[in-house]
Write a protein that binds this ligand. Structure first.
Ligand SMILES: Cc1cc2nc3c(=O)[nH]c(=O)nc-3n(C[C@H](O)[C@H](O)[C@H](O)COP(=O)(O)OP(=O)(O)OC[C@H]3O[C@@H](n4cnc5c(N)ncnc54)[C@H](O)[C@@H]3O)c2cc1C
Length: 314
């Protein structure tokens, strides 16, 4: 195994534009600040190096995991076997063309929102407080304040499971609530997307962004280590309300727990393992299920080598 890793490491170091590190902790690359190491952590600095990385992994049969800004994932304490590539912030260019912005997958949602506002382009304000990359946001169809990526995305170029360049336009993205074509195609890598905005006076755009930021600040535990809303919204309900009603707001277990500001957020209070965080998910699901008969579905995605599903309530 070690020999195989050393071989893979040397092979990948031969690709121009890739930084490769062995056995690197990934916790710092996630908003939960938890989880174990990557066998090989790879940081592509150019689109071509990412394409060559993918092609090499396909031809060698090496598993490749993609992370954007790590704000919607829980990585196992055992870490991720094979190769993990982090796309943000390096692959983060943003270009404007009339009323559209063309964004590389690693571009941060904050920066896209700021650029749009500067250019007097509206439509992206909803995303200004979401701490992800646009690649992760497309996969998740991220949304807030009645807006979502589905409203804006015109086309997306990506690498398919064989490493070939491909493109989706419009409805082909198959967007629905926190879902897209890419949720069903985990081997695909989003490279770039074009979003359609519309001209509006910048002051109105900044006012809307300030309003959204204020509402987030009042309601969400932004100073805590979380991955945003822990659970999908169950049809006809709000996860946070169900969790509060089940008496779990402010619940703690070890070094993890449920936020006492917004029960929909699960928090690493400092030094929690991924297992501890996963156990809080399971405890919350169990409590809500026992009270309401509703099984909450996690929005946060599990990544890496898990012996069992930590979210299962047994
Ligand atoms: C404080 C806070 C508030 C949040 N608020 C919101 C909110 O209001 N609305 C909302 O929808 N979400 C919210 N989130 C969740 C999260 O920020 C979004 O889902 C975000 O879009 C995830 O982007 P990311 O780059 O961090 O993805 P990651 O967490 O890095 O990855 C998420 C998934 O996407 C995949 N992925 C990432 N990039 C690519 C790529 N280029 N190609 C293929 N697959 C890729 C990963 O493999 C993984 O499966 C919040 C999170 C936090 C911490």
């Amino acid at each position: 195994m070690t020999d195989k890793l050393s071989f893979a490491c040397e092979r990948l170091r031969g690709i121009s534009g890739l930084k490769v590190h062995k056995n690197q902790s990934l916790a710092a690359w996630t908003s939960f600040k938890a989880g174990g190491p990557a066998d090989l952590l790879v940081l592509p600095s150019t689109r071509d190096s990412l394409i060559e990385l993918k092609k090499t992994c396909v031809s060698e049969g090496w598993p490749l995991t993609i992370i954007g800004r790590g704000s919607n994932i829980l990585i196992s304490d055992q870490g991720i076997r094979g190769i993990t590539a982090i796309l943000s912030p390096a692959l983060g260019s943003i270009r404007s063309c009339d009323q559209t912005l063309i964004c590389e997958a690693g571009a941060s949602l904050y920066e896209i929102a700021a650029r749009a506002a500067r250019l007097g382009l509206s439509g992206f304000e909803f995303a200004c407080g979401i701490p992800g990359s646009v690649g992760g946001a497309i996969l998740m169809n991220a949304g807030a304040f009645e807006g979502s990526m589905a409203d804006l995305v015109l086309r997306t170029s990506y690498l398919d499971s064989d490493g070939e360049l491909a493109e989706l336009t419009g409805d082909q993205h198959d967007f629905s609530y926190r879902h897209s074509f890419f949720s069903e195609n985990p081997q695909a890598i989003i490279l770039e997307t074009e979003i359609q905005l519309k001209q509006e006076p910048a002051t109105l755009i900044y006012d809307r962004m300030a309003d959204f930021a204020r509402r987030r600040y009042q309601k969400q535990p932004l100073a805590s280590l979380t991955a945003g809303s822990a659970f999908r919204r169950p049809e006809g309900h709000y996860a946070g309300k169900l969790i509060s009603e089940a008496g779990m707001k402010g619940y703690t277990r070890g070094r993890a727990g449920v936020s006492d500001l917004h029960a929909g957020f699960i928090v690493n209070h400092g030094g929690a393992t991924a297992r501890e965080i996963g156990q809080v998910f399971a405890d919350v699901r169990r409590a809500v299920y026992e009270r309401e008969g509703i099984l909450l579905e996690p929005e946060v995605r599990l990544v890496g080598e898990w012996e069992d599903d930590p979210f299962t309530i047994g």
